[in-house]
Design a protein around this ligand. Sequence first.
Ligand code: IDP
Ligand code: MG
Length: 153
Amino acid sequence: MSSQTERTFIAVKPDGVQRGLTSQILSRFEKRGYKLVAIKLIKADDKLLEQHYAEHVGKPFFPKMVSFMKSGPILATVWEGKDVVKQGRTILGATNPLASAPGTIRGDFGIDLGRNVCHGSDSVESAEREINLWFKKEELIDWESNQAKWIYE
Ligand code: IDP
Ligand code: MG
């Protein structure tokens, strides 16, 4: 059971929200069988983005990336389920959409690296850190899915 409580942070970036892709992205995680435990539309500020992308601070692309991430609302979500961090990255596709397989979100909806539609945590540790950055404890909802017995054996 505990393997089913792994969580990941998935965000639809401003390009994905502007292009009306949010419902399709949510749908891919829902249909796979993952459980939504938090969701909100948010306009990120410099502080949040510098913490979120701490590993990229100082890189040449960083200022442009931050201004893009501040250019509109982001749909922030948390999903729960077995192996959801790794599977979430697979559902998103490769960082560069041109290297992403068709069938992935970036492979289906993106072309340029700086407009790759979505974000997903890259490890269980990053997921925990990012979830705590983007959400307050009380925004994470514990609930039992009636579908669980049809998804897990
Ligand atoms: P990830 O989003 O797949 O985890 P990261 O390497 O963590 O990829 O990079 C964070 C985001 O920064 C990417 O999703 C992409 O939008 C942007 N990015 C990464 N490298 C570059 C670059 O060289 N030029 C422009 N944007 C970049
Ligand atoms: Mg990353």
